[in-house]
Design a protein around this ligand. Structure first.
Ligand SMILES: Nc1ncnc2c1ncn2[C@@H]1O[C@H](COP(=O)(O)OP(=O)(O)OP(=O)(O)O)[C@@H](O)[C@H]1O
Length: 251
């Protein structure tokens, strides 16, 4: 009789996990065999789980990951030089707590963005904030933000993100303003946050790509020294995916 108001009160107090668990307990005929403390413990567990799930969904939404990727789904069968031990270590997230970076290079379609998104997804599950951006798009966005007064706000948002993914580094040439923006982003993060970069360009060409030697030194100094590097090789996974799809269709 008194339970309806209790359920309502729990909802009013935004304890919806407890309310749901209590509602379910009431449907279970043998629930009375549990002590008060045991039942209360179950309600609290459920509240904590639902809250953590909601926080995870918020982090994933903010991260805007391009691919629905997860570390446990990484395909190690294709020969592409992917170090499973290193990936397992990165999946623990310790590199993020140590503010280290990850640089993934390799030819098109080899799975760089997939790995980046899988590691970002894992970071969100571990409680870190993450943000995925294609570098050319982000630099354009910063140019627009400078013009409409959102520049500082955008830089501040990037600076406080635990893991920033910069995908497609080296794909399009940068102008001087964009090089300086990139330096700003990386300077804010140096030794305080982690950055993950993916690029088709081998690491040894990054300096040349950045064109301005002084800015290139400054940018790479903030990125490369405290970083794990993954150098992938092999055929595009896109071919593999389309072959597998074609095989599935003909079967
Ligand atoms: N480990 C994996 N498991 C399952 N699918 C994968 C895996 N790696 C890559 N793929 C799939 O292969 C395709 C190409 O991968 P991805 O986009 O990550 O390549 P990329 O190296 O970033 O390419 P590009 O340099 O052209 O951007 C995608 O459809 C991706 O979902």
């Amino acid at each position: 009789m008194l339970l309806h108001p209790t359920l309502e009160r729990l909802q009013q107090l935004r304890l919806s996990g407890m309310a749901n668990a209590l509602h379910e307990q009431l449907q279970q005929p043998d629930i009375a065999t549990l002590s008060f403390e045991e039942r209360l413990g179950l309600l609290l567990d459920r509240e904590a789980t639902e809250r953590e799930n909601r926080r995870l969904q918020t982090r994933l939404k903010q991260a805007k990951l391009r691919q629905n990727a997860a570390v446990e789904d990484i395909d190690y069968r294709a020969p592409r030089g992917l170090d499973k031990i290193l990936m397992t270590r990165l999946a623990t997230g310790q590199w993020i707590s140590e503010h280290l970076n990850v640089l993934i290079t390799g030819p098109t379609g080899v799975g760089k963005s997939y790995l980046a998104c899988a590691l970002a997804n894992q970071a969100c599950r571990l409680g870190y904030s993450a943000r995925y951006r294609r570098l050319p798009r982000l630099l354009e966005e910063l140019g627009i933000a400078r013009a409409d007064g959102r520049y500082s706000k955008l830089l501040a948002e990037l600076a406080k993100t635990d893991l920033l993914i910069l995908d497609d580094w080296g794909l399009t040439p940068m102008n001087n303003e964009q090089r300086r923006d990139l330096l700003e982003i990386l300077d804010d993060r140096c030794r305080t946050r982690s950055t993950l970069v993916t690029s088709q360009l081998p690491l040894e060409h990054w300096h040349e790509y950045l064109a301005d030697p002084t800015l290139a030194d400054a940018i790479l100094d903030r990125l490369v020294h405290a970083a794990y590097t993954l150098t992938l090789r092999g055929d595009s996974m896109r071919k593999r995916t389309s072959t597998l799809t074609a095989e599935a269709v003909t079967q």
